[in-house]
Design a protein around this ligand. Structure first.
Ligand code: GLA
Length: 673
């Protein structure tokens, strides 16, 4: 069937002698990978990007002068914190900016709601990062030199320190920052986020208390100081869990009254919808505040007059007054960026690559496209929670999924080259085996098990499992219930590339007698569906680059993580390798030793790929498209590395020269509460 190849032989050397390994049934080595990336950039120090400092004087976007004069806003110096974040001119490719204009995003998502504390999304594509600010920041780390990669960058937490045995992390908040409605931001907001959301099991928060540092507790020390107390020694790595959508406080002055703990007539459903998608504005800490939402049309954000970041000349950021998020499709994001009617795209739709590349080569094109490493990877998630199945049929199916041989049969049946070509003709796609995508700093081909396309093996395995087409209709029958082997596979309706892969997988699995029933779900309601665990299988893109980012989506770190293996009332019915995966996450976050971490990551990669925890499909690179009139978009910014490009490109310091600015739809306005 399958056999050992030399690369993996060396990986296994510690556990078996050459003779034994030669007969063991494992998989092939990964095929060679061809890189498409060609961007060179200079790496800088952590503190070269920004620091916290009081300046002698501050300026604001000129249109705010009238609002201050009319008494509608306090003077800029009173709106800023004691020591604002100061972006350094030396790290800005085009230097200090000019105020004004519009930045035009195009997105395929639709805001679910603005209560991100309760896990709601805002439609993705960067609205989330325009409104949410988190304790720490990961995006700009792609530019930091290796010797200064000592963890995430500061943000709302301006500094932190550990106790001697690394069990207590004390964090210091920026002092005097304000929400966009003028309310003070302080540890009351942090305590509400953590104690009443992360730790509340009724709330599907994006990090869970159990997964963060093995069960941290939060203690407030004063208005601007708090500490996390961990049950075991941690490292700087654990702090990464406090970035993007995970460690981002919300306006407790508004939300507290709507939370069941503080309001006996409030229910959790009401709390979830405490900041509905159409009730704008709401108080944010982000650089822009949503002020208008026309469903299926546009979300418009205006500058936050209380934003707590400035440039070295004392100009309050952001430079750009207005942000548009046109609500269309993800493909349209690339189409409009290439056409010049949108300003930005994470070109991640392989279906557009060839055309976009061709057009961007024209010197007059509004954008140019440069590919980064492969960080976008698609996979099938099988539901392993047999003990939570609601029907006999589901139970039998999930038990089959739990069987490694069955997963091998699936993996061998998938022709990944054909899946890749269905997405985009050309050298873009590379087989993905689950685990870290190849662009991850933690990916190693040698640690990855490859199951080659080999449907004869699939058929042999399935027969060995007692699966036969007993009624002659071309579909295998389950040995227990005798019913046809049909896998409902859910995917996001708005994602064309996902649909193309569903089509390819459906026909490839049909060839081995497995029927796939594609089920599309609207992207807005996709997360709640997945979190509920009420699905058979999901095909979706995974962004698995770091063990510490969206850990809950990928690894068994708590009862509700990952959603494809929820713990039932009697606990989680663990697959043999899952406990070790969970332990590896704990080991990984409890050391700052890069060599040790790499070793843990290799082991994770091996466990994930040899056990086919998810059935990987293909992985592709992406190219960032930013309109050429937009300044300070640093060349080389990756679409996705430590974080999505909307964070990495540092939008608060982007600017457009006045003569190239696009007219603002809501000129002169700021959010009013
Ligand atoms: C979606 C998009 C990504 C990126 C993120 C940001 O997932 O597909 O390209 O814009 O949103 O959250």
């Amino acid at each position: 069937m399958t056999h050992v190849k030399p690369l993996l032989g060396s990986l296994l050397a510690g556990v078996c002698g050459a003779a034994l390994c030669a007969t063991a049934v494992v998989a092939d080595a990964m095929p060679p990978e061809k890189s498409l990336s060609g961007v060179q950039y200079e790496l800088i120090g952590r503190d070269d990007i920004y620091s916290y400092k009081a300046l002698d004087s501050y300026q604001q976007a000129p249109f705010l002068d009238a609002l201050v004069a009319a008494g509608k806003l306090p003077p800029v110096k009173d709106r800023l914190p004691k020591e604002p974040v100061v972006f350094k001119t030396g790290a800005m490719v085009d230097g200090i900016g000019e105020y004004g204009g519009v930045f035009r995003h195009v997105i395929g998502g639709r805001p679910e709601g603005f209560n991100w504390l309760a896990g709601q999304h805002q439609g993705w594509g960067g609205i989330n990062m325009a409104v949410q600010e988190c304790l720490v920041r990961q995006g700009p780390r792609w530019q930091v030199k290796a010797e200064e990669q000592t963890g995430p960058l500061p943000n709302l937490a301006k500094s932190w320190e550990w106790n001697a045995d690394m069990t207590e992390l004390t964090m210091h908040l920026i002092e005097g920052a304000k929400w966009s409605d003028g309310d003070a931001f302080d540890t009351a907001d942090v305590a509400f986020w953590f104690n009443d959301n992360v730790e509340d099991e009724n709330i599907a928060s994006r990090i869970t208390a159990g997964s963060f540092g093995g069960g941290a507790a939060l203690e407030v020390i004063d208005d601007y100081t708090f500490k996390f107390v961990f049950p075991s020694a941690q490292s700087n790595t654990v702090i990464e869990g406090l970035a993007y959508i995970q460690g981002c406080p919300g306006p407790s002055h508004l939300l507290k009254d709507k939370h069941p703990k503080y309001n006996s007539s409030a229910r959790y459903d009401d709390y979830l919808n405490a900041m509905p998608s159409d009730a704008v504005p709401m108080p944010v800490l982000g650089a822009w505040v949503p002020v208008e939402h026309k469903p299926d049309e546009i979300v418009i954000l205006r500058r936050n007059p209380y934003y707590w970041k400035v440039d070295e000349a004392g100009n309050q950021l952001p430079y750009i007054n207005e942000m548009h998020f046109k609500l269309t499709t993800w493909d349209d994001r690339t189409t409009q960026a290439v056409a010049g009617t949108g300003d930005f795209s994470n070109m991640e739709n392989p279906g557009n690559f060839v055309e976009a590349l061709k057009q961007s080569q024209d010197p007059n094109a509004p954008v140019s496209a440069k590919f980064g490493p492969r960080t976008l990877a698609w996979r099938i998630e099988l539901n392993y929670a047999a003990n939570m199945a609601s029907t006999e049929y589901d139970k039998e199916l999930r038990n089959l999924f739990r069987n490694l041989d069955f997963r091998k049969a699936l993996s061998h049946a998938i022709d990944r080259d054909a899946v890749g070509q269905a997405l985009a003709r050309g050298p873009f796609a590379y087989p993905y085996m689950g685990g870290f995508a190849s662009g991850s700093p933690y990916y190693k081909a040698e640690a990855t098990f490859f199951t080659p396309f080999d449907q004869a093996s699939s058929k042999e395995i399935l027969a060995g499992l007692g699966l036969a087409d007993t009624d002659g209709n071309g579909v295998l029958n389950l040995p227990g219930t005798g019913e046809d082997l049909v896998i409902d596979m859910t995917y996001k309706a708005q994602r064309n590339d996902d649909r193309k892969q569903i089509d390819a997988v459906t026909s490839q699995l049909a060839e081995i007698g497995i029927r796939v029933l594609p089920k599309s779900v609207d992207e807005t309601s996709f997360d709640p569906m997945r979190n509920s665990g009420d699905f058979t299988a999901i095909l979706q893109r995974a962004n698995f680059i770091l063990p510490t980012r969206e850990t809950c989506g990928n690894l068994p770190v708590s009862d509700i993580c990952p959603a494809f293996h929820l713990a039932g009332a009697e606990g989680r019915d663990m697959l043999p390798f899952e406990a070790e995966l969970g332990e590896l996450v704990t080991k990984f976050t409890s050391t700052d030793d890069a060599a040790l971490q790499a070793g843990y990551a290799d082991r994770m990669q091996t466990l994930l790929s040899e056990n086919i925890y998810n059935v990987g499909l293909v992985q592709v690179p992406a190219a960032l498209l930013v309109n050429k009139r937009v300044k300070n978009a640093h060349p080389g910014t990756p679409v996705f590395m430590y974080e999505w490009a909307e964070d990495s490109v540092i939008r608060e310091r982007l600017w457009v020269p006045a003569d190239q600015q696009i007219g603002e739809l809501l000129q002169g306005t700021v959010a009013e509460y």
